[in-house]
Design a protein around this ligand. Structure first.
Ligand code: CUA
Length: 313
């Protein structure tokens, strides 16, 4: 059903979570519009009706008007209570996850979203879900405050370091929807984009099976997967183009110049130090914005990453 303020909202692709939000959104806008028009008309009408007509036209002294004061207190009170009740029941709905929800773990970090599935599958900046089934996304942050927002589903929740938060939705059509980070989180906050990809249920099962089991392969392959899953390319290009950080292309054996004027040739120890203590040697022309991966990557992980970086020419 088309409504007056529909143009302000993206398409509703998860009615179970979006309907109450949309209904309330329309109600508030329509009530506001009625008052805006009513008050404007009264204002203009009174301006003409009570215009000062002569020099001795004096304003009468009015102390109060009970009927009027009660009316303009009680009507707004009723409207505000309706909005409160409606908003509260919508909030309860967004907090009450259906029992049969499919659970996916999400981690927000500067400036990517990582998703983990029950069978070990992992994706970066792509949330794969089946259609027509409630999905619960359990979220945590690795560094600072982020916020997980899917406008098409009308869900948004802060992602907080040191605690878990969650959202749920049920996509009713296949296709893609955008995921935003809506909490300012540093240099590339505006690029912290991801998407939901909704599959038919049987296609989702196939996708899951194909991607399950976690990473495997040679050290170079494992290193490549780690680089991909940690979103390193967000800041470090593979093709030589300059980004927030230096490009990975040709990084091995390259002489780096640092912001303090010193230089060093890229070797194992330099890469290891840059991963664990990124602020120690900042390449000239870049800012010290990388977070430490100390505790997030094991020694084996770092060795695999080094093996992969050696191969990027
Ligand atoms: Cu993460 Cu903004």
């Amino acid at each position: 059903m088309g409504r007056l303020f529909d143009f302000m909202l993206p398409e509703n692709k998860s009615p179970l979570t979006a309907d109450s939000t949309d209904g309330l959104f329309h109600f508030i806008n329509e009530v506001s519009l009625v008052f805006l028009i009513g008050i404007t008309i009264a204002l203009v009408y009174f301006a003409f009706k009570y215009k000062r007509k002569s020099e001795d036209d004096e304003t009468p002294v009015i102390t109060h008007n009970n009927t009027l004061e009660i009316t303009w207190s009680v009507i707004p009170l009723i409207i505000v209570m309706v909005i409160f009740g409606w908003g509260y029941s919508g909030w309860l709905n967004l907090k009450a996850v259906p029992n049969d929800a499919y659970e996916i773990q999400a981690t927000g970090f500067k400036w990517n979203w990582n998703f983990n599935y029950e069978n070990g599958a992992q994706t970066l900046n792509e949330l794969h879900v089946p259609k027509g089934r409630p999905i619960k996304v359990v979220m945590q942050s690795r560094d600072v405050l982020h916020s997980f927002f899917i406008p098409d589903y009308r869900i948004k929740h802060d992602v907080v370091p040191g605690r878990y938060t969650y959202v749920w939705f049920q996509a009713e059509e296949t296709g893609e929807s955008i995921i935003f980070c809506t909490e300012y989180c540093g240099t590339s906050h505006s690029d912290m984009l991801a998407k939901v990809i909704v599959h038919e249920p049987d296609e989702f099962e196939k996708w899951l099976e194909l991607n399950g089991g976690g990473p495997s392969g040679s050290p170079v392959e494992l290193g490549e997967q780690l680089i991909t899953m940690n979103g390193c390319q967000t800041c470090h290009s593979l093709d030589g183009s300059s980004g927030i950080g230096p490009s990975f292309q040709g990084i091995w054996g390259r002489e780096q110049q640092f912001t303090d004027g010193s230089t060093a040739v890229t070797d194992e120890n330099y890469i290891r130090e840059s991963i664990l203590y990124p602020g120690e040697k900042v390449v000239a022309g870049h800012d010290n914005v990388m977070v430490s991966y100390d505790g997030l990557l094991s020694d084996d992980d770092i060795t695999n990453i080094i093996e992969y970086l050696k191969t990027i020419n």
